[in-house]
Design a protein around this ligand. Structure first.
Ligand code: MRU
Length: 313
């Protein structure tokens, strides 16, 4: 079973799956232009680094179809929707010449389809490469959600797990809840069910303990931005996974498409989102943290597996 599609273009309307309600309810929100798409991204209706880039490309098509004069403004609204994940900004840079020239709307539709299909092919390649990390059936710990709603089917880190499972190389998957939005317990757990993979949801504070107990063989996570010197920006809590993995001699692997790479080294002025939809005024919610290269065993992209460090395993 595959599960609800992340979005669907129906004529001049983009129906976007409201991921905030999964797995309990399947609701689609309608976007009619780039501003609608930007709002859905800001509100976390649609999330996941590659997915927000894909739906943004469709948003620009709708904008060109309806009101071309506001195309540049729509592009800016999308640019301001979420600053940390770099896929969105890479795609917006790529499409900029089309936004600035007077191309017909159908060219923007073609661009959006190209972006979507490219990501799908990339994820399939990541899955195929990633399976080679499984020399025997392994117990995996993943983090957040990197599957069909965050990226595009089959997913990045989750795509590797999916492909390895089909080869009977996954013994069990530990799925941290991923507070505060619970992308793990709501989305990854749901994808595990749909795929028939054996899994347990764990509270985030169990991560070091399950590793200490010898219950995890490999940690595989996604990324929202990878710098040219291999600093990985990913969902807040990823750094705890990497630190614990290092402590207990478990390989920590990052899976991401090349569209998640930024062509520049780490710098402290890269924006880290803070969410303002906190339950109480005294809460502080960062959306991402940064894992330094010395904690990373390897990075898997469509180009292959690049060893970052060689920990004593
Ligand atoms: O804030 P989100 O849910 O958009 O977070 C982005 C992510 O989905 C994760 O950080 C993920 O691990 C990388 S994107 C596939």
């Amino acid at each position: 079973m595959v599960g609800p599609v992340p979005f669907q273009l129906e004529g001049d309307i983009l129906s976007v799956l409201d991921q905030r309600h999964l797995p309990h309810r399947v609701i689609y929100r309608k976007a009619r232009n780039a501003f609608d798409v930007a709002r859905l991204i800001r509100k976390m209706v649609v999330r996941g680094a590659p997915m927000i880039a894909i739906v943004s490309a469709y948003g620009l098509y709708l904008q060109a179809l309806r009101n071309r004069r506001n195309l540049r403004k729509g592009w800016e609204a999308l640019k301001n929707s979420r600053p940390t994940a770099v896929n969105l900004h890479n795609v917006l840079r790529e499409v900029f010449p089309l936004v600035e020239s007077n191309v017909p709307a159908k060219d923007l539709l073609e661009f959006a389809r190209t972006v979507e299909n490219r990501e799908r092919r990339i994820n399939e390649a990541i899955g195929r490469w990633g399976v080679s990390l499984f020399e025997r059936p392994l117990r995996v710990l993943t983090y957040c959600n990197t599957g069909m709603w965050a990226t595009i089917y089959p997913g990045t880190a989750l795509g590797i797990i999916r492909f390895a499972h089909r080869k009977k190389l996954v013994r069990h998957v530990y799925v941290p809840e991923t507070s505060p939005y619970m992308q793990g317990s709501r989305l990854t757990a749901y994808e595990m069910q749909l795929e028939g993979i054996s899994y347990s949801v764990i509270p985030d504070n169990h991560i070091p303990f399950v590793m200490e107990r010898g219950m995890v063989d490999i940690a595989i996570v996604g990324a929202d931005r990878i710098t040219s010197d291999n600093y990985v920006f990913n969902k807040i809590g990823t750094l705890s996974v990497a630190l614990a993995a290092k402590r207990f001699g478990i390989p920590f692997v990052v899976a991401a498409p090349s569209t998640t790479f930024q062509n520049a080294p780490y710098s402290s002025d890269i924006p880290i989102e803070k969410r303002d939809d906190v339950p109480r005024e005294d809460y502080l919610y960062y959306a991402f943290d940064i894992t330094p290269p010395d904690l990373i065993y390897a990075i898997v992209s469509e180009e292959g597996i690049r060893k970052v460090t060689s920990p004593d395993l």
